[in-house]
Design a protein around this ligand. Structure first.
Ligand SMILES: CC(=O)SCCNC(=O)CCNC(=O)[C@H](O)C(C)(C)COP(=O)(O)OP(=O)(O)OC[C@H]1O[C@@H](n2cnc3c(N)ncnc32)[C@H](O)[C@@H]1OP(=O)(O)O
Ligand SMILES: CC(C)C(=O)C(=O)O
Ligand SMILES: [Mg+2]
Length: 513
């Protein structure tokens, strides 16, 4: 049987140390329940001695969680450890995690203690904790930058005092994978009683290597516990991300040869919950949990994935909690992906020529629009495009007035064929006022089914806004699109563009009649 890799989640402790990620007791409890559904082995619920609020959060989590071990951090002193033990009293399985720094820099400048004082305090702390709890983790803070010879003495001593897990943190994210793995392997070899404890890694992401370092600590160093957080949340640049290490070990089981007990389908729900709770948005290209992690936007990839998913996917989206992989239609998509989407939407085009014509319209639209939605495809297939020379309605000018506390007012000048119209209206907002003004003159009687705004070039307020308006009239549905840096102008253009399409249909029907 393969060894088990213990997943120790510290989202609620080290994750909360991210500036701005502070969580209330109820929020922590909600996340802890999700971590239990995710089947993490250990939940580090907080630092009980840090505040009454965190004490209560650790206590509530200890009382509620049954399947995972619940842990509290504590400095290497009796008060912190006693608070941790008190908060954990109700837990089905509890762990006290005590720590003290062992690097020369931290001992001298921060703790202002000698090596011998630190060694003694570490021993006393573990001895005290061991009398309160059977499961004790010890961390030599800044362990990776510590003198290996001194570190080995401390570790040997705390194991002798009863520490059951030895965690070697790369507190400041300074490590390099091979060097960190080697450091742990050599340290284990130096400590005579090393086999009496489980070895653990705790890596920070300051150089973007937290996941790689943790995996090297496991593969090269022989660690069997990884400390990590959902979405890589954590102090400064964050901690090792849970979703990435777990999926690395699972996907490359051929290489790691280890089992993890994680219910991976709960990964995306956990990621969303943490992101929503903390307000830390997950970047779209984040491995495993980013919106694009299983999305394909280019034709050759889409074609490959449609023929065989594993051409471009090493994991199944469903296995980590996504509903399915995502084919994003856009300007780089090809015919095959387009045809597949038509099929999924139940649209049957009669001939190759019809498909080609629809595909051409799709490409034209995609050049103007970031992402093509199903509604766009339905509209462009049902619809005939109208070239600008044929446009009946054209926006000539628009002015609008809106002021806090006053009802907005718009004045629109537009051409209907050779005739110029001027129309005015007020409305709930400037967009509403402008569209009402146009409608009061045109009197199309069309019903608006959709109004949506997109930033074409995202990221700043200088972006060009793109508005889509979907109108329905006499059983026909048309989409109008308008783009302009002024959203109100873009809206008026979109409305007139939709009216143009209705107009061309009406004329066509009339001509046929
Ligand atoms: C690498 C890590 O992530 S470590 C965990 C970091 N997390 C946190 O600090 C969050 C919670 N912290 C807190 O709420 C507060 O810092 C508390 C309650 C723990 C302590 O608050 P205060 O008593 O006001 O001390 P303060 O934070 O100003 O300074 C820390 C003190 O702890 C000492 N200390 C630091 N680490 C340890 C340790 N592992 N064991 C014992 N003492 C320690 C420092 O030397 C300093 O002592 P001093 O006051 O004699 O100079
Ligand atoms: C408390 C320890 C484990 C820590 O978070 C660190 O050293 O980064
Ligand atoms: Mg840390």
């Amino acid at each position: 049987m393969a060894d088990k890799l213990i997943i120790f989640d510290t989202t609620l402790r080290d994750g909360e140390q991210s500036p701005g990620a502070s969580m209330t007791k109820d929020e922590k409890l909600r996340i802890a329940r999700q971590l239990e559904r995710l089947r993490v082995d250990v939940i580090e619920a907080g630092f009980a001695a840090s505040s009454n609020g965190d004490f209560e959060a650790v206590r509530a989590i200890a009382d509620a969680i049954k399947d995972s071990t619940v842990c509290s951090l504590a400095r290497a002193n009796d008060r912190d450890i006693a608070r941790a033990a008190e908060a954990l009293k109700g837990a089905a399985r509890s762990r006290i995690h005590t720590f003290i720094a062992t690097s020369e820099l931290h001992m001298e400048k921060k703790l202002r203690m000698t090596r011998e004082q630190v060694l003694e305090q570490a021993k006393l702390a573990v001895r005290f904790a061991r009398n309160l709890c059977g499961d004790i983790e010890f961390s030599p803070e800044d362990g990776y930058r510590s003198d290996p010879e001194f570190l080995a003495r401390v570790v040997e001593a705390v194991i002798a005092e009863g520490a059951t897990t030895i965690n070697i943190p790369d507190t400041v994210g300074y490590a390099i994978p091979e060097l960190y793995g080697d450091f742990i392997a050599k340290l284990r070899a130096r400590v005579p009683n090393s086999d009496k404890a489980i070895w653990s890694v705790h890596c920070h992401n300051d150089l973007g290597m937290a996941v790689a370092n943790s995996l090297a600590g496991v593969k090269i160093g022989g660690a069997r516990q990884i400390e990590c957080t959902i979405n890589g949340l954590g102090e400064r640049a964050g901690n090792c991300s849970l979703e990435e290490v777990v999926m690395a070990v699972k996907t490359r089981r051929d290489y790691f040869g280890l089992d993890v007990g994680i219910e991976t389908s709960q990964i995306v729900p956990a990621s969303r919950m943490v992101s929503q709770t903390t307000g830390f948005v997950v970047q779209p290209n984040k491995a495993v949990v980013g919106a694009n992690a299983f999305a394909h936007a280019s034709g050759i990839h889409q074609d490959g994935v449609l023929k065989a998913r594993d051409t471009y996917e090493i994991m199944r989206a469903e296995d980590v909690g996504w509903s399915a992989n995502k084919i994003v239609l856009g300007k780089l998509s090809g015919r095959n992906a387009f045809k597949q989407r038509l099929q999924e939407l139940g649209i049957q085009l009669e001939s190759e020529a019809e498909i080609n014509a629809a595909f051409q319209r799709f490409k034209d639209l995609a050049d103007r629009k970031n992402e093509i939605f199903d509604e766009d495809i339905i509209a462009l297939v049902m619809d005939e495009s109208v070239s600008s020379e044929q446009e009946h309605f054209r926006l000539l000018s628009l002015s609008q007035r809106s002021e806090t506390g006053e009802r907005p007012h718009a004045s629109v000048v537009f051409a209907a064929g050779p005739v110029e119209h001027r129309a005015e209206s007020d409305g709930n907002g400037p967009v509403d006022a402008s569209l009402r003004a146009i409608e009061s003159a045109v009197q199309s009687g069309a019903e608006m089914l959709l109004y949506s705004v997109n930033a074409i070039t995202s990221g700043s307020t200088e972006s060009q806004g793109e508005v889509t308006v979907r109108l329905q009239h006499a059983g026909r549905v048309v989409n109008g699109v308008g783009a302009d840096p002024d959203i109100v102008v873009a809206s008026a253009k979109a409305y007139l563009s939709a009216l143009n399409k209705l107009q061309s249909k009406i004329e066509r029907v009339a001509a046929q009649g």
